[in-house]
Design a protein around this ligand. Structure first.
Ligand code: MOS
Length: 729
């Protein structure tokens, strides 16, 4: 639902290109003489390849070459000892089922796929373990454990009111619409690849390291992405394989992961088991939080994400203990997936808090307000801004929370049980150095360039809005280019930091363009701009006006004519104000309220209504922000109710590597979603005042739904997803 106040806001600048197909996705790019690589994957989860026999495959029409570890060129990056990332086709070792072990390159996709089925592999198979419960005894800490705050064990023992519970989240896959793909082409020593990537400089470095070639010889292009959600934060096997195959065959090669193959190669949210202990006094003041979490990594690499951080920072509590462990499974390495760590941890903490509210007979929102962290409880720093209290207030009022009967199973809609729940989310507001080039042309248009990516949240649009505002141009006069390492270097899209990082670079670069024009104009003979500084002017309606002297105005077109330039172009690198930032904790916050309707006879849960209140600094792109916060709710419905990757532990094989067996919410699963944005005037976070919100919108949602289901049914679900069978049984 688009609210009236959003109607006049800018729409996606790339929207038309995306819906008409003019925006080309990675696998749609071609080079003359393109060939096709099809992957052969392991059918065991652990062991060694004894032999790969590709004789029959190589005889088939169209087949150009079959490459496996037997004949692949040696790469310098594989010399590092384990633990290290997986590099395909570099050794006979099998780390997980579905591991790419060979690629068949052929003139057509069909020829490659057919021949791939004829490659014979023999293994020395070893017993694999993919069940986290069995592996948990071997859990270990990847980093350093954080020191306890206060005396949590004693405080919990002494607490008048207690909750202790275990929470379990399954493996979940990103399942973006666009498959991961690479199209690689060598021209002599120069390499060009189209790569589905959230960070093109990461892809460039990967290739430079893998093939021992200078970064200057590598061009990586990733102009449009059909979703990534973290799965393209690092390079998947296809980048290595396609590039290697192109070099070996001296032909351009395309490798695309099929939907079925996708579940095996680009990470996933790890499976996690968390134990939470909360202690409180009878007024509802938290006296102890103990949060212990284990999630899986692979057998060859130590991947860990911060599940327990949320318990250190979200509530004021004098006694806190957190323990974070990882454990090895014979699966591919997990990877960050939207709101990584935080959403899993928040599901546990926010569920436990809800449980505590019933024990205390205190309204769950009151309980949160009672323990509201005015300053960061973990380090005592002030928040740069934190309008969470206002989020609770506005979102609860919009939802009608005060009409809630606190008794579980007390609210009904005909034969359906109605449940109302609430929860909280937070996400750190990071910023990285970033660069942008802004070129203002004499025709009154501007080109803004930065080598970042847009995986869907609307970076094309947000950057266009920032530049248009900073230059006083209409949006249609500004074009923003990204996704190319020939453009000024910028961080990849991850951690909800692109607006903060790249947006700041764009805004500052625009300011420098205006400054250069004003200063150059000022040097002209008898210039009305003599002595005028950039801070003395307004940019509006395609030109510059001196503040308080509305007659001293010049259009950019005239200004450039006057100073005799076809364009003014500034390349600028912005850096965060680290000194100032370090004095504060800088984070976005949100409050969520949800209604579910549960049919106990057939076990269905409908999320009929969600109000998502968000405090994320200044909102630059209102429609985009609305879309992100809605998307967070939809994603959370999936996490809470439908999404789970099933592994057959006998074979370590994923059983539902497809959208038929892995259920993401569709339109019919999603009720009414309302978003509220509480403005924060934050002068610390960055010059834009904008925090991130892409991941924030998900953080509280699985908990808010589980909490609403408890209110509806009186049954507490600590294991996701809450599928119909669990309601019925
Ligand atoms: Mo996000 S998991 O930083 O793409």
């Amino acid at each position: 639902m688009i609210d009236d106040d959003l109607k006049n806001q800018p729409s996606r600048v790339d929207g038309r290109a995306k819906v008409t197909g003019a925006a080309k996705y990675i696998a749609e790019h071609k080079f003359p003489g393109l060939t096709y690589g099809y992957l052969v994957q392991s059918t065991i989860a652990r062991g060694k390849i004894l032999d790969i026999d590709s004789t029959e495959a190589e005889k088939k029409p169209g087949v150009i070459k079959v490459i496996s570890h037997k004949n692949a060129p040696k790469l310098s990056i594989t010399e590092r000892p384990i633990p290290r990332p997986f590099y395909a086709l570099t050794s006979p070792e099998i780390w997980f089922n579905g591991q790419p072990i060979a690629v068949v390159v052929a003139e057509t996709f069909e020829q490659a796929r057919f021949a791939a089925g004829l490659v014979k592999v023999t293994y020395d198979q070893q017993k694999s373990e993919t069940n986290i419960r069995n592996a948990m005894a071997q859990g270990f800490t990847a980093g350093r454990d954080q020191a306890d705050r206060g005396n949590p064990v004693q405080a919990f023992a002494d607490a008048e009111f207690k909750v202790e519970a275990e929470y379990h989240l399954p493996i979940e896959h990103h399942n973006a619409m666009e498959p991961h793909a690479t199209v690689a082409n060598w021209e002599g020593s120069k390499l060009t690849v189209y790569e589905k990537s959230q960070g093109i400089s990461g892809s460039v470095n990967y290739l430079a390291n893998a093939f021992g070639i200078p970064a200057a010889d590598i061009r990586v292009l990733s102009p449009f992405s059909g979703g990534a959600f973290g799965a393209a934060l690092r390079s998947g096997p296809q980048l290595l394989i396609a590039t290697m195959a192109a070099r070996e065959t001296k032909r351009p090669v395309k490798v695309v992961y099929s939907r079925r193959q996708l579940a095996t190669a680009h990470g996933y949210r790890p499976e996690s088991v968390q134990n939470i202990k909360l202690g409180a006094d009878k007024t509802g003041k938290l006296t102890a939080i103990i949060h212990e979490a284990t999630h899986n990594t692979s057998a060859h690499e130590n991947f860990s994400e911060g599940l327990v951080g949320v318990s250190r920072s979200l509530y004021a509590c004098p006694n806190v203990k957190t323990v974070a462990k990882i454990t090895r499974l014979d699966l591919q390495t997990p990877l960050w997936m939207r709101a990584p760590g935080m959403v899993s941890g928040a599901f546990a903490l926010e569920s436990a808090l809800d449980e505590l509210s019933y024990k205390l007979k205190i309204d769950p929102m009151q309980l949160r307000l009672m323990n509201y962290a005015e300053t960061d409880p973990d380090n005592g720093k002030p928040f740069s801004s934190k309008a969470l209290r206002e989020c609770y207030k506005q979102a609860s009022e919009r939802f009608g929370w005060s009409k809630r009967n606190p008794e579980p199973r007390s609210m009904r809609d005909g034969r359906l049980l109605v449940g109302w729940g609430m929860a909280t989310g937070t996400w750190p507001a990071g910023q990285s150095p970033a660069s942008a080039r802004v070129t203002l042309r004499a025709d009154g248009t501007a080109l803004v360039e930065s080598g970042t990516t847009d995986i869907g949240p609307g970076t094309y649009t947000t950057m266009t809005i920032i530049a248009a505002r900073s230059l006083g141009l209409p949006i249609e006069k500004v074009r923003f280019a990204l996704g190319d390492n020939d453009l000024p270097p910028s961080p990849g899209q991850g951690g909800s930091t692109t607006t903060s990082s790249v947006g700041t670079a764009v805004q500052e670069a625009c300011g420098l363009v205006v400054k250069e024009i004003v200063e150059t104009l000022g040097k002209e003979q008898n210039s009305p701009f003599a002595g005028v500084a950039v801070n003395d002017v307004l940019v509006e309606n395609g030109g510059i006006t001196v503040k308080g002297r509305s007659d001293t105005r010049i259009s950019f077109a005239d200004a450039l004519k006057r100073i005799n330039k076809e364009n003014v172009s500034v390349l600028h690198r912005s850096t965060p104000n680290a000194g100032e930032r370090s004095k504060y904790t800088i984070a976005s916050h949100g409050a969520q309220f949800a209604e579910v309707k549960v049919d106990e006879e057939i076990g269905t849960i409908r999320v009929t209504r969600v109000v998502q209140g968000t405090a994320a600094g200044k909102i630059i792109n209102p429609k985009g922000a609305h879309g992100q916060e809605m998307g967070g709710v939809v994603w959370g419905i999936g996490m809470a109710l439908t999404e789970k990757t099933d592994v057959d532990h006998r074979f370590g094989r994923i059983m539902n590597p497809n959208l038929a067996g892995y259920h993401v919410p569709v339109n019919a699963d999603v009720g009414q979603i309302e978003t509220i944005f509480v403005d924060e005037d934050d002068k610390i976070v960055n010059p834009l005042g904008a925090k991130g919100l892409g991941e924030l919108g998900l953080v509280g949602i699985p908990a808010v739904i589980a909490n609403a289901v408890y209110h509806a049914t009186g049954k507490r679900f600590r294991e996701l997803p809450i599928t119909p069978d669990k309601i019925i049984l």
